[in-house]
Design a protein around this ligand. Structure first.
Ligand code: CP
Length: 316
């Protein structure tokens, strides 16, 4: 593994999950692997879990970790080739990326989508500008179209909590007051397509994700029907993909409530967090005994550590 910016970069999911489980049971086993190595975490957007779990994963591997909040602490970057830089942008990505790469052995980047320019977002223009400019590995800490580290933690959590060989996993859209990206559901869909699960997506009509990603995954527009016999409910909001970035529904009847969960096979409730209470999910579900959002967030460390371990091993 050279870069990790998409679920597509996982060759062998079973092998990766075995490694993550081994790391979870013995987090310092590969401490020598990262000695004298540095990872640079570059954030164009806020984060709690991704930032701290990646720092912890790097520390567990013996790595140095340097973090920069690019939008608030550094020069504003120009990404266009051939730009006449007579405006607000102070530095071109070509220099910035090469300079950062001299200080680091791995670069990890968070860069959310514009939600106004679909083509630019789907080209992952920020992360790919770094990949183009440097020769060291690049990891996505959530890009404009994928959040692959989250998806590894999600499948690790499902594996830990499943009671059936092939559980039914339902990805449900849920209401939210702001327009949100498609990165988390995109990576979750890709991951479920790789996993041994019975996978169903449910959302209001018109909220279809990119069909090139959902492919032949089952889509059920009736949320109650989709929830029947589910073993895992994974809630997430996303903005409209066809009417790109728009909010075309805030229908609170899609909120995950105890009544909805009663339709399931005592399903576990999952969400990547942060989550809006009593919009996406009611207090009673989030605080209930079947909510596994906190151990799901804990698995972010071991998922990331498994990816870093593979990259460091392959760089040796
Ligand atoms: N789930 C997730 O990526 O959380 P943060 O945005 O807090 O990093």
């Amino acid at each position: 593994m050279k870069h990790f910016t998409s679920v597509n970069h996982i060759d062998d999911l079973d092998e990766l999950l075995l490694l993550a489980k081994q790391i979870k049971s013995d987090p310092y086993a590969h401490k020598a692997l990262g000695t004298n190595k540095t990872i640079g975490l570059l954030f164009f957007n806020p984060s709690l879990r991704t930032r701290l779990s990646t720092q912890k994963a790097a520390a567990n591997l013996g790595m140095n970790c340097i973090t920069l909040n690019l939008n608030t602490e550094s020069w504003s970057l120009e990404f266009e080739d051939g730009a006449v830089m007579d405006g607000a942008k102070s530095e071109h990505i070509k220099e910035a990326a090469q300079v950062v790469a001299q200080y680091c052995d791995i670069i990890a980047i968070r860069s959310f989508p514009t939600l106004t320019d679909k083509e630019k977002d789907e080209a992952e223009y920020v992360i790919n500008a770094f990949i183009k400019a440097v020769s060291i590995p690049v990891i996505s800490l959530e890009g404009s179209s994928e959040h692959p580290l989250q998806a590894v933690a999600d499948i690790l959590t499902i594996q830990e909590y499943k009671t059936l060989q092939k559980p039914k996993v339902v990805l449900t859209w849920a209401p939210h007051p702001k327009a949100l990206p498609h990165a988390v559901p995109n990576s979750f869909v890709k991951m479920m397509q790789k996993a041994n699960v019975d996978f169903v997506i449910t959302h209001p009509e018109g909220y279809e994700l990119n069909p090139e990603i959902t492919q032949n995954s089952t889509i059920v527009y009736n949320q109650d029907k989709a929830f029947e016999n589910a073993d895992f409910i994974y809630a997430k909001n996303w903005s409209n993909y066809n009417d790109y970035g728009a909010i075309t529904s805030q229908d609170l009847s899609w909120m995950v409530t105890p009544e909805k969960m009663a339709l399931t096979n005592q399903a576990k409730f999952m969400h990547c967090l942060p989550v809006r209470r009593n919009q996406i999910v009611s207090d009673a579900v989030l605080d209930g005994e079947n909510s596994i959002v906190i151990p799901q967030a804990n698995n972010r460390t071991y998922a990331t550590q498994a990816i870093l371990t593979k990259i460091l091993q392959d760089e040796k």
